[in-house]
Design a protein around this ligand. Sequence first.
Ligand code: ATP
Ligand code: MG
Length: 249
Amino acid sequence: MTATNETILSLKHLQKSFGEHQVLRDISLDIKRGEIATIIGPSGGGKSTTLRCINLLEEPTSGEIAFHGENVLASSYNRNIYRAKVGMVFQQFDLFENKNVLANCMVGQELVLKRSKEEARKIAFKNLEKVGMAEYINARPNQLSGGQQQRVAIARAISMDPEILLFDEPTSALDPEMVGEVLSVMQNLANTGLTMIIVTHEMAFARDVSDQIFFISDGIIAEQGNPDQLFNHPQNEKTTKFLSNFQNN
Ligand SMILES: Nc1ncnc2c1ncn2[C@@H]1O[C@H](COP(=O)(O)OP(=O)(O)OP(=O)(O)O)[C@@H](O)[C@H]1O
Ligand SMILES: [Mg+2]
């Protein structure tokens, strides 16, 4: 929670349709450098689609994505540079199964950032230490638990020096006993000043870590605010109903 006043990412009236199905109807939000933003909301509401539009895994149907004030969707914009600055951690880890832990964290650095093997190895190792996975550098992903794989995926993502790191339900595929270790790594990252946008169903985590929370339902931001506003004084009936499902957690 070290948000600055500098807006680095803005979505303006973002819309996304798949055929006839309009999934994002009107998403506008600003993300400041260092900010931790979480996105919550019911299944099918458009949370993943919003993240996938931000990192251009999906092409928005209309609207604008501005990164440092520049329109990312303009034809003249260099998307490769932008993509390298926006990292993503997925629900299913998506590690390279045929590479060991260290190599998983090196390959993007060498291919995309053109770092030397030596430099890539140093950075990968440092980040694996940060997530508590340095002793597993020679292991293959399938030899690791889900929580360990996800921590490697996070080390791989931060080894690319992203300006923004996106997380799409990073703990949803984990056995319950492994959720804590991944959330704790994310909490530590949040404290380093990295800008993070996190889709999560972990409400206690969202409450603890967020500067800003967006409640997305039916393709719009139905409500937004800081954790106190969202959790203690929700203004929208849909938010109240959604949160009531988590009350006993
Ligand atoms: N590639 C696609 N083609 C067609 N429809 C899609 C595609 N991706 C998503 N959708 C639809 O868009 C809607 C929103 O999906 P999205 O995955 O963004 O929801 P979500 O909020 O992330 O839900 P969940 O909590 O279940 O992950 C859903 O109705 C989904 O079926
Ligand atoms: Mg989703």
